[in-house]
Design a protein. Structure first.
Length: 469
């Protein structure tokens, strides 16, 4: 699409520029003469206005040409030899230059500093739980997923008025486990049609008519029904539609949750206030508010999970909300788990131009200027400490910079060490399909940019290892 739009913009901008220059060259002297003779007349002011208009057109045309050229000429770097030299901000040095040497200094000083830097420069600051927020269970189906699960539908109202902003949570609970269970929570984890096809395949497998959809050949492909995988493990899964919180397009922040929190006269978030990813993360925390109240959920064992842009969202939700015991990033890439300073695959400039609504406006200051960022993504991972965090990458997903994702995990490890918790445990990127780590988990799997069945199985195994201790 971009390859078609770029030349079109350039052609239109060139025409506007040429027209303006032609007008100025042929009439400029005459107009200037008229202005000098009739400097006190309305005609003089009219001609001055004409000149101003065409000067503006000239400027806009030149700017458009420049922007179109930049859009056309930008190409992602997939060559490690072309990764620029960089120095990462030190996790354990305070803004005043003092070194952090104990857990108290991290907890009381450095962690709040880093969190505030991300709020100011990347994701924006978000409001808390709104007054009047409440919920109701609107539907319960005890025979969901072919009897494997109980499906609850919950409407969360953000104000006392049920006609106001709201979101809809879908919760699957395992029927073969009694009492409170751990839960996986994420945005956009349910596709009704994909789940129907997956269940049909599972029925055929049970009847001996087909191979299981979780068989080895399908392991590294997109998981059609995450709920079935999670439920079979004995965990609950909760999900919601991201568009209930904020639609994923640049609408000027008018059709999502943002207007609920605008001050008098405000029409869009301030430069350091939340964009769409901040809003989605806020929605995950509001869902956690509900999960804490559900008598089937163990609120001490809730994982927040996300793939791609939802992976960025899960990381930001986990950084801010320490109720999440495990934070999982699946192929989250730029402004997610990958180091920004590597400028590998998607970059800060590219992501801000493609999705200007995702982050706070301040983040655009760092387009093609990553070295000036006061943070990098290893610092985001460190904000989870000492809690569990898992980062995953895919072999055919250079856009998300798998090595940059691994390095963020590795460079976050010193904070875990400071807090007396084993971190990643390795310094070299592992081989394909060989998960590594302790409190920080990581794997690099076969396949492309998807939330694969393999990914989910690693996350569940990781949770089981730590939560069943």
């Amino acid at each position: 699409m971009q390859s078609r739009i770029g030349p079109l913009i350039r052609i239109l901008a060139s025409c506007a520029l040429a027209f303006a220059l032609a007008f100025l060259s042929s009439t400029g002297r005459q107009v200037l003469g008229t202005m000098s003779i009739h400097s006190n007349s309305s005609d003089g002011w009219n001609t001055a206005l004409i000149l101003a208009v065409f000067a503006t057109v000239t400027f806009i045309g030149a700017a458009a040409i420049s922007c179109a050229a930049a859009a056309e000429e930008w190409k992602p770097n997939y060559d490690e030899e072309k990764v620029p030299k960089y120095t990462l901000p030190d996790l354990l040095i305070l803004a005043n230059g003092e070194r952090v040497t104990d857990a108290a200094a991290w907890r009381d000083k450095r962690r709040p500093e880093i969190l505030e830097l991300f709020r100011t420069h990347v994701y924006g600051r978000s409001p808390g739980r709104p007054d009047g927020m409440h919920w109701e269970v609107t539907s319960v189906d005890a025979s969901a997923l072919d009897g494997r699960a109980t499906r609850k539908e919950v409407t969360v109202y953000f104000t006392a008025d049920k006609g106001g902003p709201q979101m809809h949570v879908l919760l699957f609970l395992p029927n073969h486990v009694e009492g409170r269970v751990p839960a996986f929570l994420g945005l956009a984890l349910w596709d009704e049609e994909a789940a129907r096809r997956d269940l049909e395949a599972a029925r055929k497998t049970a009847a001996g008519d087909a191979k299981d959809s979780g068989a080895e050949e399908g392991l590294f492909e997109a998981c059609p029904c995450p709920a079935r995988v999670v439920i079979e493990h004995g965990y609950a899964m909760a999900t919601l539609n991201k568009d209930d919180i904020d639609p994923d397009f640049d609408d000027g922040f008018q059709n999502g949750i943002h207007p609920l929190f605008y001050k008098d006269g405000q029409t869009r978030p301030a430069p350091d206030e939340w964009g769409t990813i901040g809003a989605w993360a806020w929605g995950l925390s509001r869902t956690m508010d509900y999960l804490e109240a559900d008598d089937r959920i163990d609120p001490r064992r809730v994982a927040v999970l996300g793939h791609s842009r939802m992976g960025k969202t899960a990381l930001w939700a986990g950084a801010q909300d320490e109720r999440f015991a495990l934070v999982i990033s699946n192929d989250s890439g730029c402004a997610g788990a990958a180091l920004s300073r590597r400028c590998y695959g998607e970059t800060v400039g590219r992501i801000n131009r493609s999705f200007p609504h995702w982050f706070c406006d301040n983040f655009s200051q760092y387009n093609e200027n990553e070295a000036a960022l006061p943070v990098d993504q290893h610092m985001l991972i460190a904000l989870m400490a000492p809690r569990l965090v898992y980062i995953a990458s895919a072999e055919k997903d250079g856009w998300a910079d798998p090595r940059g994702e691994f390095l963020s995990a590795a460079h976050a490890a010193p904070v875990y060490c400071l807090l007396g918790v084993p971190g990643l445990g390795v310094t070299e990127m592992p081989e394909l399909n060989h998960p590594v780590g302790d409190a920080i988990g990581y794997h690099y799997r076969t396949g492309k940019h998807d939330l694969a069945t393999y990914d989910l199985r690693q996350y569940l195994a990781f949770a089981e290892k730590h939560w069943r201790k």
